[in-house]
Design a protein around this ligand. Structure first.
Ligand code: HEM
Length: 394
């Protein structure tokens, strides 16, 4: 495996991302993700192929479409709240996963028939098994066909069969043009040569959206609750703002959460040409990692870097490339707006419906789960019904 250099100053990160057309995505990303998302995944392809595919996949994530997802996000949150025990401790991270999985499945497939529940169960199993760093065994010829790795590969194959069946029924659906879900849009999408995606490629892109699109957001939400519950003044201010229907402070809370607890700690590129970054000559062939957590805790850009202070995002936006929870360049997360809207809707819906208390005295420790940084104990909380704002969930 190539040597890796970590960078964290905004100017070097900007230069790294600006060279995205030349460099490729870090090959170690392939190692961890390829067995699940497939070789044709947007996350793993490079160069012109990446740009063409990205163009096809971006439209469902643009502005107007977000409005349509908001109602789905709200309903999924209300349903989940109605299952919460009252006055008894539970962990909120799994609950956030249930919401975000429901939301991404609805966004990707729209209304789905009988395959839905089976696919949901399989996705949860795939996710649970890939959370461990041992998932790397999926790619190692010596072990990949044995024991737990074989079972994981079988689960992925089962999910594939369902995805391919869903793609087939969408291709022949006479109403596909009116459906508006992501799968229908991708089935109809064509590049400049008039070429669409094959079933095999669609399978990889669907698996990419389902996997990249829910665990990350769920973890970010668990962190937001953890930070708010251990900073009562911020929680009070947020509740007061929610009563007015504004969302400036809510957005600042989300930005500060993603700064202090970036779900993905670094993103890498393999250099295809020599480069000078931060005064260092770096040879082609090495991996350069933009160290997101280090960039986010730079005391010059963010004074008091380890303190949770949403206000800092209210006054002036941070210098470009100093706040990069979604990476950058031509590979910046295509679901960034979707994730931020989802965080906004879920936080707002939960905090309007229930009063939450922290289930622990101290904030959560950070634990690395494969490619993400998660709250170690799943963020324990206690929910109590809120008087006047109790909605259908109560
Ligand atoms: C808080 C939630 C999320 C975080 C922190 C996050 C973070 C990231 C990061 C760091 C990257 C790599 C960017 C780079 O290499 O420069 C990425 C890429 C990607 N993300 Fe997200 N993501 C989130 C939510 C989502 C959602 C909701 C979706 C889809 C619905 C999604 C789909 C993708 C895809 C397809 C890529 C690959 C983009 C490309 O290579 O062109 N992500 N994300």
């Amino acid at each position: 495996m190539a040597d890796a250099v970590f960078i964290s100053d905004p100017r070097s990160i900007k230069r790294l991302f600006a060279a995205d057309r030349v460099n490729s995505v870090a090959s170690r990303r392939n190692l961890v993700l390829a067995p699940v998302v497939g070789d044709r995944s947007l996350l793993l392809i490079d160069g012109d192929q990446h740009l063409t595919r990205r163009r096809l996949m971006l439209p469902p994530f643009h502005g107007e479409r977000m409005r349509a997802y908001e109602r789905v996000m709200e309903e999924a949150t209300e349903r989940e709240i109605s299952r919460w025990p009252v006055g008894r401790e539970f962990t909120i991270h799994p609950s956030m996963q249930a919401i975000t999985l429901e939301v991404i499945m609805r966004a990707v497939f729209g209304v789905m028939g009988s395959r839905r529940e089976e696919l949901r169960g399989l996705l949860l199993r795939i996710l649970a098994s890939t959370r461990s760093p041992l998932a790397i065994g999926l790619t190692l010829p010596v072990v990949r066909d044995h024991g737990r790795f074989r079972a994981m590969r079988q689960t992925i194959a089962q999910a594939d069969r369902l995805l391919v069946a869903e793609i087939a029924s969408r291709r022949t659906d006479p109403d596909a043009a009116e459906r508006g879900d992501i799968l229908s849009l991708l089935v109809a999408a064509q590049d400049e040569q008039g070429e669409g995606m094959s079933d095999a490629e669609l399978r990889d892109q669907l698996m990419t959206l389902l996997m990249a699109g829910h665990e990350t957001t769920a973890t970010a939400l668990a962190w937001a609750f953890d930070l708010l519950l251990h900073h009562p003044a911020a929680m009070e201010r947020l509740r007061a703002e929610l009563d007015t229907g504004e969302h400036d402070y809510l957005d600042a809370v989300i930005e500060e959460t993603l700064r202090l607890r970036p779900v993905v700690p670094f993103v890498g590129r393999d250099l295809k040409q020599n480069a000078t970054l931060g005064g260092y000559e770096l040879p082609a062939g090495i991996t350069v990692m933009a160290a997101i957590y280090l960039a986010h805790t730079n005391a010059t850009t963010f004074p008091g870097p380890y303190a949770f202070r949403p206000d800092r995002f209210l006054t002036e936006p941070p210098e470009t490339y100093s706040w990069i929870p979604f990476g950058g360049g031509t590979r910046r997360c295509i679901g960034a707006a979707f994730a931020q809207v989802e965080m906004r809707v879920v936080l707002r819906t939960v905090l309007r419906a229930v009063e939450l208390r922290a289930g622990s005295n101290a904030p959560e420790a950070i634990v690395r789960r494969n490619v993400t940084l998660s709250p170690r104990g799943g963020t324990p909380v206690v929910a109590e019904r809120r008087r006047e704002r109790v909605r259908s969930a109560a």
